[in-house]
Structures are given as structure tokens and as C-alpha cells.
Design a protein around this ligand. Structure first.
Ligand SMILES: C[S@@+](CC[C@H](N)C(=O)[O-])C[C@H]1O[C@@H](n2cnc3c(N)ncnc32)[C@H](O)[C@@H]1O
Length: 304
């Protein structure tokens, strides 16, 4: 399948892929809304904003997906009123179901990050996780973030793949592909393609390889924020070993029929990831430059 060339094509593959990915997204990516997920999200936000961030009266999340950031931050009282936007109606449907289950009230709005249907100065915080790398019109999107923030408002994005980290991720993916047949035999799972000849998934799942359009250097993120007029721009890196572990596991898992994979494997993969995340945070993040990590995070402020 050819890579999408135009803005409209990029938006369309993102919408179609994330619509089908919404089902099973939380279990695939270990998105959690209990104590572990809340601690994870709060930990990320505190890395940039310091201890006890906020509270923010009204926030807008870009590419909110199933609600990982906003719903967890609302449960922790960091955000009082949350608005969640996404180009994928399917993702926002899953988000509303999560919100209802958790008893959290949120507003959801379908749309592209580069054309936000909100008044100027409507939000105290504009945030996102793992979304900037999908956006075809980054300059316009940053200009929109600036417009909808109130003066003094905070911008915060985390979980953006670094250019270097993206290359590093190729290693565990290759190792996962090589190890997959042996791994499937060890856990007693059939190969995905054996189930019905197409991996058992609807076609739009195949768009996964086309939805990522950027990987960033720290300088790229600083430049985008500064060009939109943001002040106090800061970028830092996080996670390295945890992501290598995660990519290996996701690659072998993707090679198998999902229902055949024993629950114990998922528990091992999830707990291992959380443990390595802590090790990355304690041992590597204080010492390596931001560019050396798998993920980048950026914060900035709209001048008062
Ligand atoms: C990798 S997922 C991350 C979801 C969620 N933030 C999380 O961390 O679990 C990326 C999300 O960005 C959304 N997205 C992609 N392109 C977008 C765009 N142009 N405008 C708004 N959202 C977009 C996708 O639909 C998807 O929900």
C-alpha cells in the first residue's frame, strides 16, 4: 500500500486505522485507568510540570484516543473539566465508554488538530500523548494550540517518538520477527495468518504502518513551539529499555492469533514494561541527553 501523500490522505488513513484500532486498543497498549495508569500518567506530567501540577480548570486533549491522559488526570484532580478531541470517532466512542465506567464527565469533539472548533483563549491546558507524530499540518496545529489557550496557559505533549529512538525500535522489532515462530511454539499460539488467511483482522488494520508521519529531534519540537509564539519551551526524553522490551513483545504478539496467547504472557509483558519504565526513569533519564531516548516530551507556556 502506498504511503499517503497529501494532508487529506494522511487524515483519512489516521481516521480509518484508529477507528478499527479502537476496539482492543486499551488491552494492546496496556492503557490502564486504575492505580497503575494514574501513577504512570501523573509521573509523566510531573516530569515536566513538577510535583502536584495544576489544578487546571479546563483542558483540551488533542488525539485523546481512549482517554489515557485526560481520564487519569481528571481522576487525580489535575484537570477539573476535560474536553477530548480526536480525528477518529471510533476512539472517542471508546473514550466515552471508559469515562462512563469510571464515572468521569468529559466532552468529546471529533476533528483535526489543525482546525480546532473552539473560541480563542478557551483552555488553561492543551495536552496530548503520542499524537504529534500523526499530524500532517504541524505548524497549523501548533498555531491552533496557541490560539485556543488563554494567556499564561500551558502546553504539554508526551510520548512522541524521537528520531533516534525510532531507529532503535527497529532492532527489537527485527528480533521479534526472527523469534516469533519459536515464541509461538513456546506459548502454544497459532500464527496469525493461519487463522483465516488474512490475520483475522479487517483491512483497515493494515494501515498501521502508514499512520506515523514524523519522528522528532528535541530541536524540532522546540522549533515548532517557538515558531507558534510559545515561551519557556522545554523538551526532555523518556524511556529506552522499556520501549525495546515493549516493541519486542508487541512484535511477537502481533504474529499470533490474539486469543491463543496465554494471559500469563500479557501479565509478564505489562509488569516487565512498568518495571523497566521505572529503571529508565531512575538510571538513564537523569544522565542521557533527550535525543537518546525513545520518547520525547515538550512543555511551553503561552505568554501572558
Ligand atoms: C497513538 S494514538 C494515542 C491515543 C492516546 N493519546 C493515548 O495516548 O492512548 C494517536 C491518536 O491520535 C489521533 N489522531 C491522529 N491524527 C489526528 C489529527 N490529525 N487530529 C487529531 N487527532 C489525531 C488518532 O485517532 C489516535 O486516537
Amino acid at each position: 500500500m502506498a504511503a499517503p501523500a497529501t494532508t487529506e490522505e494522511i487524515l483519512e488513513v489516521n481516521r480509518r486505522y484508529h477507528d478499527v484500532a479502537a476496539v482492543g486498543y486499551d488491552s494492546k497498549w496496556g492503557v490502564d485507568f486504575g492505580a497503575v495508569g494514574r501513577a504512570q500518567v501523573l509521573g509523566k506530567v510531573e516530569k515536566l510540570l513538577g510535583r502536584r501540577p495544576g489544578p487546571f480548570a479546563r483542558s483540551l486533549e488533542i488525539g485523546a484516543g481512549t482517554g489515557y491522559f485526560t481520564l487519569n488526570l481528571m481522576q487525580d484532580g489535575v484537570i477539573a473539566a476535560g474536553v477530548c478531541s480526536d480525528v477518529s470517532p471510533g476512539m472517542l466512542g471508546a473514550l466515552r465508554a471508559n469515562a462512563e465506567r469510571l464515572g468521569v464527565e468529559v466532552e468529546t469533539v471529533v476533528g483535526d488538530a489543525a482546525a480546532l472548533p473552539f473560541e480563542d483563549g478557551s483552555f488553561d491546558l492543551v495536552l496530548g500523548h503520542a499524537v504529534l507524530h500523526h499530524l500532517p499540518r504541524l505548524e497549523r496545529a501548533f498555531a491552533e494550540f496557541m490560539r485556543v489557550l488563554r494567556p499564561g496557559g500551558v502546553l504539554l505533549f508526551a510520548g512522541e517518538p524521537s528520531r533516534y529512538g525510532d531507529r532503535i525500535a527497529a532492532l527489537p522489532k527485527r528480533a521479534g520477527l526472527a523469534a516469533a515462530p519459536l515464541w509461538r511454539r513456546a506459548v502454544g499460539a497459532r500464527a496469525a495468518a493461519d487463522a483465516n488467511g488474512d490475520g483475522g483482522q479487517p483491512d483497515d488494520h493494515l494501515l498501521e504502518g502508514l499512520v506515523d508521519v514524523h519522528a522528532f529531534t528535541p530541536r524540532d519540537l522546540e522549533r515548532h513551539a517557538a515558531a507558534a509564539g510559545f515561551a519557556d519551551v522545554r523538551v526532555r526524553g523518556e524511556e529506552l529499555v522499556a520501549n525495546m522490551f515493549g516493541w519486542f513483545n508487541r512484535t511477537v504478539e502481533a504474529s499470533a492469533v490474539h486469543e491463543d496467547i496465554p494471559f500469563g504472557w500479557f501479565r509478564y509483558a505489562y509488569r516487565g514494561y512498568i518495571l523497566l519504565q521505572k529503571l529508565d526513569g531512575a538510571l538513564l533519564e537523569p544522565h542521557l541527553p533527550a535525543a537518546g531516548f525513545y520518547n520525547l516530551m515538550v512543555t511551553a507556556r503561552k505568554p501572558s
